[in-house]
Write a protein that binds this ligand. Structure first.
Ligand code: PBG
Length: 329
């Protein structure tokens, strides 16, 4: 055969690495960590094998385990000792995240990112204060969360996290104006150096199922489609993200990751900001479940998944595979 082009030439060992277009480093990854104020020992999260809710006393040792793998950043999620209608334990000075953040930043070099949201702290499980007249007994309300009242709560949460020493805050509630409100609150309080990673395009996804068990944050009624995005929409994601960018978001996140790689790619092309992708609990759980049945090679599919997310254009990835993959890189 007289073939001028033989792409196979560059697939041979020795040259593969030289021509590889994408690389994955432990420092690209953020490991989610669950701190549980109600626990007095570590509790395994059944639907997320290898992950645990740890008591406050173990927050530091849990983060040290992450650091040992080469991953340098953690995302903290909290399970509070009590919940109320407004989620007030989310901004308490002695709240679970505030306390964990103080300990972790005092005793480790981890870069601490905190999730700024209310769903784990409200008794109804929604991401903010409910509109007047709604309570946990309403079966199917058409609207749920009072956007502007919730912004005040989000400001308080972000300030309390920054006061505790958080390196970065990550609002995930999909409230309109949340990035701007948090940016001006942080600046007003002297935390202009604390960056905001916005869950800018967060979809109303069934892939969050295992997380809602892990963090005890499932809505008690209704659903989140009044604030999280419709999986059918891509142009709307660009509009959402543009608003967050205008309001001062430093890092723009897409969530989930694998079913939304087109959105990751669109963001990469449209914006100069660092792009983050959240490889969520369901993406993790399904690979584990298939591997448990012997149908997939877990190590291989985990690595391939993260590589795909980077190839699509993400600079950083939040993933429950962080430690496993980092150890093998
Ligand atoms: C909201 C929040 C959620 C996740 C991260 N932050 C849950 C939700 O919107 O239901 C999901 C993460 C995952 O599934 O891994 N605080």
């Amino acid at each position: 055969m007289d073939l001028t082009h033989r792409p196979r030439r560059l697939r041979q060992d020795g040259v593969r690495g030289l021509v590889s277009e994408t690389s994955l480093e432990p420092t690209d990854l953020i490991a989610p960590v669950f701190v549980d104020a109600t626990a007095d020992e570590r509790v395994a999260i059944e639907s997320m094998p290898g992950h645990e809710r740890v008591p406050l006393e173990e927050a530091v040792s849990r983060v040290e385990e992450v650091l040992e793998t080469g991953v340098e950043a953690v995302m903290l999620f909290g399970i509070p000792e009590s919940k109320d209608a407004d989620g007030s334990r989310a901004w308490a000075e002695d709240g679970v995240i505030q306390e964990a953040t103080r300990r972790i930043t005092a005793e480790t070099d981890a870069y601490v990112v905190t999730d700024v949201c209310l769903c784990e702290y409200t008794e109804h499980g929604h991401c903010g204060t409910l509109e007047d007249g709604l309570d946990s007994h309403d079966a199917e309300p058409t609207t749920t969360v009072d956007n502007d009242a919730t912004l005040e709560s989000l400001e308080r949460i972000a300030i309390s996290h920054a006061e505790a020493g958080a390196d970065m805050v990550a609002p995930s509630g999909m409230m309109d104006g949340m990035v701007g409100a948090i940016r001006s609150a942080l600046d007003r309080e002297g935390y202009e150096h604390v960056p905001i990673m916005s869950y800018a395009a967060k979809y109303e996804s069934a892939f969050y199922g295992p997380f809602r068990d892990a963090a005890d944050g499932a809505p008690a009624f209704g659903n989140r489609r009044h604030y999280q995005m419709d999986p059918a929409n891509a142009r709307e994601a660009m509009r959402e993200v543009r608003l967050d960018a205008e309001q001062g978001a430093d890092v723009l996140m897409v969530k989930p990751a694998l079913p939304y790689l087109d959105i990751v790619r669109d963001l990469r092309r449209e914006f100069d900001h660092p792009v983050a992708a959240y490889n969520v609990s369901g993406e993790y759980a399904m690979l584990h479940a298939a591997a448990e049945k012997g149908w997939l090679d877990l190590e291989a599919v985990a690595l391939e998944s993260l590589l795909s997310i980077k190839r699509a254009g993400a600079d950083l990835i939040l993933t429950y595979f962080a430690e496993d993959v980092a150890t093998r890189l």
